[in-house]
Write a protein that binds this ligand. Structure first.
Ligand SMILES: Cc1ncc(COP(=O)(O)O)c(C=O)c1O
Length: 394
């Protein structure tokens, strides 16, 4: 096996050295080594891909659908996405020029930020949040500016945003993710509109990661693009709504002029997404079966959420208002201290329950734990019983 010539390691992109360690996967891997551990760590659905989507992928393969697709994705999938955005969120996007298919929302994040960032550019990020935004911004030579939302039930307020914009007048973009990973918190239509109004008179591009938009439990999801489409890039995809994480299909929608450069960067990275996965995503976004599958999964998540919130509250945890996604962000009971990494490590090793320390998600996450309820009710019940025992012994 080759070993790298040592001096070559000095030639790397300097931005690697600026990256902060993320830790989620490492923590999960360490915890997985504990025999019999129950894991509430994973940010992916525990359901299988619905049958109609599987069949669409199979049909695509058997019909030799095996050639390069357009860089922005197949026309059928873009049309299905346009219909989905219209039907679910009353948004109007032209499948020709205003929608691009990506390799998961992950690649969409990279493409959107690549199209915007010059070295040193600031990107505003409401935290705690999915750490990839900070990592990609840093990797592209930009500077993430974290806006800690923990004092406002993890919702970015217009005043906070205005203050941040005043302090960082040259920032290029605002990244918002709701429903939120890691908090499960989402924004009401009014909160979204107020934020949009705070952005409207600026040149900020809002990168709205709405990957959990189909998993809102009480009320409706409102996209910020409804109010400021001229400066919003929506990111979404099939990973969470249709349990299709491994199919790697996401999309970006935005105004034509902005989508030109974003799609160009995406094309440079991927050429195109995989044909069979796009066929499956067309079934996900474009058929009644796709819609019904999401509704079924959502009902199961909602039942689990209700169980877990009630059980954790009984045990003395306060949780952020969990109205969406499949996460709870729980404050460690005061009697157990404020060190989330130490608490989560001990809970994994001694209590045999794995959760993710809140501080891994940026400013405002200290003293919290992220619990994913994308796992069976049996696992959740076992986890709660073990957490109760662990707190008694601690
Ligand atoms: C907020 C958020 N955005 C994006 C992603 C990545 O999604 P995808 O599988 O579509 O790349 C995740 C995955 O956990 C996420 O939590």
């Amino acid at each position: 096996m080759p070993t790298t010539k040592a001096s070559i390691m000095n030639q790397l992109n300097r931005n690697f050295a600026r990256l902060k360690p993320v830790g989620i996967r490492e923590f999960d891997a360490q915890a997985s080594a504990v025999p019999g551990i129950v894991k509430l760590t994973l940010g992916e659905p525990d359901f299988n891909v619905p049958d109609a989507m599987k069949q669409a992928a199979i049909d695509s393969i058997t019909s030799n659908d095996s050639h390069y697709a357009p860089a922005v994705g197949t026309a059928k999938l873009r049309a299905a996405i346009a219909d989905f955005l219209k039907d679910r969120y009353q948004l109007d996007y032209d499948p020709n020029g205003e929608i691009a298919v990506t390799i998961g929302a992950t690649e969409g994040i990279y493409a959107a930020l690549s199209a915007l960032i010059n070295p040193g550019d600031e990107i505003l990020v409401a935290t705690p949040t999915f750490p990839l935004y900070m990592a990609v911004t840093t990797m592209l030579g930009g500077q993430p500016v974290e806006i800690d939302t923990s004092d406002h039930d993890f919702v970015l307020t217009p005043d906070q945003l205005k203050e941040t914009i005043a302090a960082h007048p040259r920032a290029k973009a605002l990244i918002l993710n709701y429903p939120s990973n890691p908090t499960g918190v989402t924004y009401s239509a009014q909160q979204v509109e107020e934020l949009a109004m705070a952005v409207k008179n600026t040149d900020l591009v809002v990168i709205a990661d709405e990957i959990y938009s189909e998993l809102v439990y009480d009320g409706q999801h409102t996209s910020i693009a409804k109010f400021i489409p001229e400066q919003t890039l929506i990111l979404n995809g099939a990973s969470k709504s249709h349990a299709m994480t491994g199919y790697r299909i996401g999309f970006i929608a935005g105004p034509r002029e902005l989508m030109g450069p974003v799609s160009a960067v995406s094309g440079m990275m991927i050429t195109s997404a995989t044909d069979s996965a796009m066929a499956a995503a067309t079934a996900a976004f474009g058929t009644e079966a796709g819609k019904a599958a999401t509704q079924q999964m959502k009902a199961a998540y909602q039942e689990r959420r209700d169980f877990l919130v009630a059980a954790l509250t009984k045990l003395g945890f306060e949780t952020a208002t969990p109205n969406g996604a499949f996460y709870l962000f729980a404050k460690i009971p005061a009697s157990a201290g404020n060190d989330d990494v130490a608490f989560a490590t001990k809970l994994a090793e001694e209590g045999r329950v794995a959760v993710i320390p809140g501080s891994y998600f940026g400013a405002g996450g200290q003293g919290y734990l992220r619990l994913s309820y994308a796992t069976s009710m049996d696992n959740l019940k076992t986890a709660v019983a073990r957490i109760a025992d662990f707190l008694k012994e601690d």
